[in-house]
Write a protein that binds this ligand. Sequence first.
Ligand code: ASP
Ligand code: MG
Length: 425
Amino acid sequence: MQIYKFGGSVLQEASGIRRMAEVLQQAERPLVLVVSAFGKTTNALEELASLSARGTREEEMLRKTEALKEYHVEIMRTLSGKAGDHDPGTNELDHLFSELKNLLATGPDSSFDPWHDRIVSFGELFSASVVFSYLKQKFPDIVYKDIRKIIVTDSRFGNAGVLWEETGRRVRQAFSAPGTLFLTQGYIAGTLTRETTTLGREGSDFTAAILGCILDAEKVTLWKDVPGVMSADPKICPDAVHLPGISYQEAAEMAFYGAKVIHPKTIKPLQNKHIPLVVRGLGHPDNTSTTIWDFEEMERHVPVYIRKERQILLSVFPRDYSFVLNRHLEDLFGQFKQWAFNISLVQISAISVSFCIDDPGVLFMERVRKLQDDYEVYFNREVELLTFRHYTEKTISEKLKSCLILVAQRTRLTAQYVVKRVAGE
Ligand code: ASP
Ligand code: MG
């Protein structure tokens, strides 16, 4: 069994979808093909959901929804080379878009989160529908599966947790036909009562990992618009080098600290089953992919540099005249869990605890006010977390030149700095 996942950036134009079909010609079967929403569709849907929730005029939402529809129809037209109306996929798209328009017009009634997940799930429903109608011409035996009935989750909308046992049963049953090419959606799932959920933004990689793990795939391949994993983002680091093979642990550390190539949740299910994860550039030659597997240890001499932006450094001081105690930590971590704060670094001193967290946006100030009941709270927004793996003093000092260091933490393999940038890099 092979799992191929194609990301939104490689599927944002008809040319990428054509290239995908070429890749499929040579692929081994059985194969499950997982697709993300095209380009920035999920962002557009999130925007539509928040416009609708704010009671924006219907005409404005309709205009944006029509633009999104036109984008999909245009891809379909280019793929089929026809005027569009005769393509069998057009009916399905019409149907999906009218469902979306209804949901937007109704707005979120009592509970926002389930409604929001239904809206953002349309990106993968659109893309799967367009891709299916195109691939059906080339691979008439392709089988379409609605993943919302197969991957079962709890009701934590927006970042749902997989119910592994039930999901295992359903996945094995759904993808059992030998020698078959299956097509399904990434990112979206469903509860036992068939409400639509999502697995967290950029979660299609995770879908591929869930399927790969349950189906004991030979390997899981993520087709991206980059030729694998680099030692740093080449846009900010001209000396970044390509990494042909890295260990699960290395990949997990890199994803956790902000390398955007792989979603952090993807690694663990595959590591547990020792299934190789391959990151491969669509249109790039084979030898520029990256394989993530049980490699003993990454070549020590390749320093890895990861920059995570939009961080907040949050420092809290207990107001009760005591040092920082376990009960403060329990209280703080409990609150953070409830608020789904994403913590990348913690530092404790006698009288304070500092956290580096992803910026939760508009909700942040409300959270701070809640903390102020029991703590003195200080924070720095728009800071960055810089992580160096296998560091050398030289690489660190070069990157820290234009930075004010707010927190530093080092282990033998990893050095991390929470910094404020004082001048452009
Ligand atoms: N389309 C979803 C998102 O943009 C999932 C994904 O791309 O993996 O977040
Ligand atoms: Mg996407």
